[in-house]
Design a protein. Structure first.
Length: 367
């Protein structure tokens, strides 16, 4: 049974035409600014009322416009962590955690949340004395202590970078594992999403345009049309072969790649990403360049974006290139055509590797 299912419509602003199924893992709501991610989150939690539709949590009906069911937010057992922590400024961290938490009188749960989110030394302080990251951890712990069945997080990584973002991602993973909670994460950053999950729901204008596993979703027609505005990278599933000469060798389809170094065992399957503008197309194989990778592929899709073309090439996975329309004409770019793709080793980024806490290889200027 799914943890949460919803089919919702709202014709007035903010609009919704959403169809989502949340399983027991981590699901990301992804889309450009204004896509309706936060509106959908608020509708699930009961903070925005859809005009039509149905929401069900693990067999419990929360909203049904036809039957007149609309459970209030406090009875839905759907916890929300907002972009702003919304802590009570006049209360200590301890008092914020205790407030409104029906299970806060159970020391094991309180201590478990405090320890997991590293709040032990902050309990007697007030929110004004905390950093933004600390306030966010308090907000997550307070939501956990309210005994939710599902937790929704609205842009939980906003304002964080570097080590702070790494730590926040690890803590979210720990929350999911330790408390066994389905998490729904709102984000406009695909690299951040991939540090936690490959299960995504893509929204545009309040409408669900695709949902499922990452590689399937990115190949859907609706998402392809939005690839440029979403800033989507190409993602290839590769098999690591080993390390040689300071680079990692891997295989995609029948082609070997040279990628940034990473310390994983041969046979590991992982995701790497590359931006469309970092892929150079050629009419034939090219040797003697600084690009370490030359992949033969077949053009599977071409989209015109103003004076540019977004070209998808099947190389054992979908690789996208962004080129001028003039270049496309010179190369004879069309669906079904054979083309070669040149990519520097360090234009690739590791995005998801089993067992790795830091999934992105450090940026490097050259090969």
């Amino acid at each position: 049974m799914s943890a949460l299912t919803a089919r919702l419509w709202r014709d007035s602003a903010p609009r919704l035409d959403a169809d989502v199924t949340i399983d027991a893992g981590i699901t990301a709501l992804f889309g450009p600014s204004g896509a309706g991610k936060t509106t959908l989150l608020h509708a699930l939690a009961g903070l925005v009322r859809p005009e039509r539709g149905r929401i069900e949590r693990a067999g419990t009906l929360l909203f049904d416009s036809e039957r007149g069911v609309n459970e209030p937010p406090e009875r839905r057992r759907i916890g929300v962590v907002f972009q702003e922590p919304r802590l009570f400024p006049h209360r200590s961290v301890r008092e914020n955690l205790r407030y409104g938490a029906p299970r806060a009188d159970v020391p094991r749960d309180f201590d478990r949340a405090v320890s997991l989110l590293e709040l032990d030394g902050l309990l007697e302080r007030r929110p004004a004395s905390l950093s933004g990251g600390e306030q966010r951890r308090v907000a997550i712990a307070r939501t956990l202590l309210a005994d939710p069945a599902v937790m929704l997080l609205d842009e939980p990584l906003t304002g964080l970078d570097g080590a702070r973002k790494d730590r926040a991602l690890q803590l979210l993973s720990d929350v999911h594992r330790e408390f066994g909670l389905p998490l729904v994460l709102v984000s406009h950053s695909l690299p951040d999403i991939l540090r936690l999950t490959t299960r995504i729901v893509v929204l545009e204008g309040g409408r669900t345009i695709a949902a499922g596993e990452l590689l399937d979703v990115l190949d859907s027609d609706e998402v392809f049309r939005l690839a440029d505005s979403l800033g989507l990278e190409s993602h290839l599933e590769v098999e690591v072969l080993g390390t040689e000469g300071g680079l990692t060798r891997a295989r995609v389809g029948g082609t070997e790649l040279e990628l940034p170094p990473i310390d994983v065992a041969p046979g590991t399957r992982a995701l790497v990403a590359v931006r469309p503008e970092d892929v150079i197309l050629a009419a034939g194989p090219v040797l003697g360049t600084s690009a370490r990778n030359c992949l033969e592929g077949r053009v599977s899709r071409v989209a015109r974006l103003s004076d540019r073309l977004l070209v998808t090439i099947d190389v054992g996975g979908s690789l996208r290139a962004s080129i001028s329309a003039k270049s496309g004409e010179a190369l004879g770019i069309r669906e079904g055509a054979t083309i070669w793709c040149l990519v520097k080793a360090f234009s690739f980024r590791w995005r998801r590797v089993p067992g790795e806490s830091r999934l992105e290889a450090p940026d490097r200027a050259g090969d």
